[in-house]
Write a protein that binds this ligand. Sequence first.
Ligand SMILES: Nc1ncnc2c1ncn2[C@@H]1O[C@H](COP(=O)(O)OP(=O)(O)O)[C@@H](O)[C@H]1O
Ligand SMILES: [Mg+2]
Length: 347
Amino acid sequence: MFKAKNLSPRQLSLFTAIILSVPIGLGFLLVSPEWEIAAIAAVITFAGSYYMIRFVLEWFIYRKIKLIYKFIYQTKASKREEMYYKYILPQKGIDQVRQDVEQWAEQRSAEIEMLRNNEVYRREFLQNLAHEFKTPIFAIQGYVDTLLGGALENAAVNRKFLENAAKNVDRMVNLVEDLDEISKLESGEQPLYKTGFVIQELVREVYESLSIKTAELHIITSIKKGCEQPITVFADKEKIRQVLINLVDNARKYGKFSGTITTGIYKTDEKHVLIEISDDGIGIAEEHLPRIFERFYRTDRGRSRDVGGTGLGLAICKHIIEAHGQSIHVRSKPDVGTTVGFTLEVK
Ligand SMILES: Nc1ncnc2c1ncn2[C@@H]1O[C@H](COP(=O)(O)OP(=O)(O)O)[C@@H](O)[C@H]1O
Ligand SMILES: [Mg+2]
């Protein structure tokens, strides 16, 4: 374990002093036969060089290193740090100092990397936003211009065009609401109000609130057989309602005419319950699965359905579930159906 580069200043001084004093002592022995003189010369050289080298190392080099440390940690030395500089730093080999500096540099470059990613993220977000707004705005513009250009007097189309314009206004309202929601969630300004409630009841309420829309498509909603036994979960009820609305509404939008939406509720262990919403709709191709929780991400099939989605619904769900310290996942097969599941804490 004797490596010159790992020596502390004290060891280094000792080492150098020995190297200096031994040949000098031997030299004296050669010139005069009296060994006492040689010994004294060796001792003086040893002591003198030892203290001198140590002094130079500690006061000169370590002072500079201390400055480097102060700089990289950007500290004004407190009492504790002064202790550190005084007693611990001199024990560090130059090698270790280099490691510390490298670590610092790594940290810095990780920070810069993160800032750069944020910048890319922000730019993509704005691009997506502009893109998502463009579609309804141009549609509204088109209908309004056509109406003003004469279609207003044409009883065969005027109502239809206005309705279409209104539909696109709704779409923009949805988008703004979702954006508002997600930015609130991301800023973390919405605390969770956790209470105990029966998850089956909430699922039934959500089915009920969407029943007009599901009935239009003759979709049958149900809780899976064997999952009716009431389970009380501990979560923010309104936020979980929002998650369920998003998931059931997706199952409807990307479901099939006369299809089914089924919710399974399973206790996975003493502390957790798994809630799974399944449909028998268009499904999601495997290559899209890892990305559908990203904001604005929509599959081409999803887009082409023109069901007025924003691509933010699943991103919002993920936020809410993760804020609860739980997880959300999806499995799907094109033309067979999709199951989105998430976990909650049991009360
Ligand atoms: N149950 C589902 N079946 C098929 N595709 C789905 C389902 N749920 C979500 N998707 C796909 O994931 C995309 C993202 O969903 P979401 O974030 O809720 O956005 P949105 O519903 O506004 O389109 C959808 O556009 C759709 O392509
Ligand atoms: Mg959705």
